[in-house]
Write a new protein. Structure first.
Length: 248
């Protein structure tokens, strides 16, 4: 479980996150929505250790993350994708996944392979990467340069890289941004297939149709605060939420 506990983030005079508390449970998909600038990416960046926390706590299974370096946060089982693709364009697709498994950014499951000799561990890592690529329909592209893939495929490689270490918390920052209808539908199937009893998933998205169709619970952010939380029907019926979007 991922917990935001009275979290605040100040950028100079701007309070980007203002006393935010909510829990993200395993086994379900939690969507975080809200107008541009609401603070959604800032939450992800703080959880993953890219941004410091001004006050409050962020925990994974009771472990406080807010003072840990990025690789320790990854080790604690948290993985994320970026709103803007951040692949190593010149590296092959499979190499992009392998770097997510190489120390110090060692995933929880991969730590199991440390008992193996260097070469066996490398082979184990490679096999794991290929298995994830297979699962996400990317097997045929494994040896291609990441930068040569179509945009929609690169978004899937980002997802593959985030899941390869077997995270317990997965934060997806606008994975459908820029995808066409068919690509979005494919992404939706992959996200649904990732749903697992021991994985807490956060989906940040603008595509309301996608959000409403796959989220188990929805957290609505506005101006750095949590405006509402509920299921799709509750959020649709919430007048405050409607106003926040109309006022954009
Ligand atoms: P969202 O992802 O919901 O669109 P963000 O979390 O990116 O919103 O941004 C929330 C607010 O914080 C915005 O006003 C944005 O300009 C500001 N912000 C985000 N990152 C930084 C930063 N590194 N430095 C200064 N301000 C930032
Ligand atoms: Mg954002």
């Amino acid at each position: 479980m991922l917990t935001f506990d009275h979290v605040t983030k100040q950028f100079g005079a701007l309070k980007a996150i203002d006393d935010v508390s909510f829990k993200v449970k395993p086994g379900i998909i939690t969507a975080v929505i809200g107008p541009n600038g609401a603070g959604k990416s800032t939450l992800v960046n703080m959880a993953a250790g890219s941004y410091g926390v001004s006050s409050g706590r962020i925990l994974v299974d009771g472990v406080e993350l807010q003072r840990l370096p990025k690789h320790r946060i990854a080790h604690a089982g948290l993985a994320r994708t970026y709103q803007n693709i951040r692949l190593f364009d010149g590296m092959s697709v499979v190499k992009n996944l392998e770097v997510a498994l190489v120390p110090p950014k060692v995933g929880r499951l991969v730590a199991d392979t440390f008992g193996l000799t260097g070469r066996a561990a490398a082979e184990e890592r490679r096999a794991r990467c290929h298995a994830v690529l297979e699962r996400l329909g990317l097997a045929a592209h494994a040896e291609q340069q990441a930068g040569s893939l179509a945009y929609g495929q690169q978004k899937l490689v980002e997802l593959a890289r985030a899941v390869v270490a077997g995270p317990r918390v997965l934060l997806l920052d606008e994975p459908a941004a820029g995808l066409n209808h068919g690509e979005t539908e494919l992404l939706k199937q992959h996200i649904l297939a990732l749903r697992a009893p021991d994985l807490a998933m956060v989906l940040i998205e603008h595509d309301m149709k996608l959000i409403m169709s796959i989220s188990d619970t929805i957290v609505v952010m506005n101006r750095g605060q949590v405006l509402a939380q509920g299921n799709a029907a509750e959020i649709r019926a919430n007048t405050e939420v409607q106003e926040a979007y109309l006022g954009q």
